[in-house]
Design a protein around this ligand. Structure first.
Ligand code: IMP
Ligand code: MG
Length: 179
């Protein structure tokens, strides 16, 4: 199935299931290796988009580690600032911990900056960022993700956790919007 309809729009296949599985397993191996000397490792998934990726990745992690999730709530700003986002769901004390942020996609990089900024304020010992997808052409942030399973061209994507208007998260492949 190379074309699907998600939320009424047509999408074409960008990355198939086998490539996703291979990339996720590769990342898990690399991360497990890089985390061997870390003591207090906490994976921190960013909901909703990263829920499948975080689950598949964490299942393959071979070092001792814990996992928790945060969510970004967006609301309209009172002035011309547009959409404001706020992080909710911090149940973890991250002070002194080695945190691995798990993102579905890094686009402009604004979300990532918020998450990493919050972790710094909460005195995490170290922060690594792993993302399923990275769109370098729209990235405006300061520090790029440490690990990316796929670097992709501009264009809206959905599937494997990512949504279009809430739909498409259950697709096992990743699709891109046909303009
Ligand atoms: P950023 O703050 O611009 O980097 O956007 C990151 C967040 O926006 C991601 O965590 C996603 O939830 C969402 N997002 C950005 N691009 C896409 C996309 O192409 N498809 C689905 N969600 C996206
Ligand atoms: Mg996200």
């Amino acid at each position: 199935m190379d074309e699907v309809v998600i939320g009424g729009r047509r999408f074409s296949k960008l990355i198939d299931e086998v490539r996703i599985t291979e990339a996720v397993n590769g990342l898990a191996r690399q991360l497990s290796e890089d985390l061997t000397d870390e003591e207090d490792v906490l994976f921190l998934g960013v909901l909703n988009g990263a829920f499948l990726f975080a689950a598949d990745l964490f299942r393959q992690i071979t070092v001792s580690a814990r996992i928790s999730f945060v969510k970004l709530a967006s609301y309209e700003g009172t002035e011309s600032t547009g959409r404001v986002k706020e992080l909710i769901g911090w149940s973890e004390n991250v002070e002194g911990k080695s945190v691995v942020v798990v993102e579905d996609i890094v686009d402009s990089g604004r979300t990532l900056e918020m998450v990493v900024g919050s972790l710094a304020l909460r005195r995490a010992a170290s922060v690594k960022v792993v993302t399923l997808l990275f769109k370098p052409e729209s990235f405006r942030g300061m520090s790029r993700p440490d690990y990316a399973a796929f670097v992709i061209p501009p264009g809206f994507v959905a599937g494997y956790g990512l949504d279009y208007n809430g739909y498409g998260r259950n697709l096992p492949e990743i699709y891109t919007l046909i303009e």
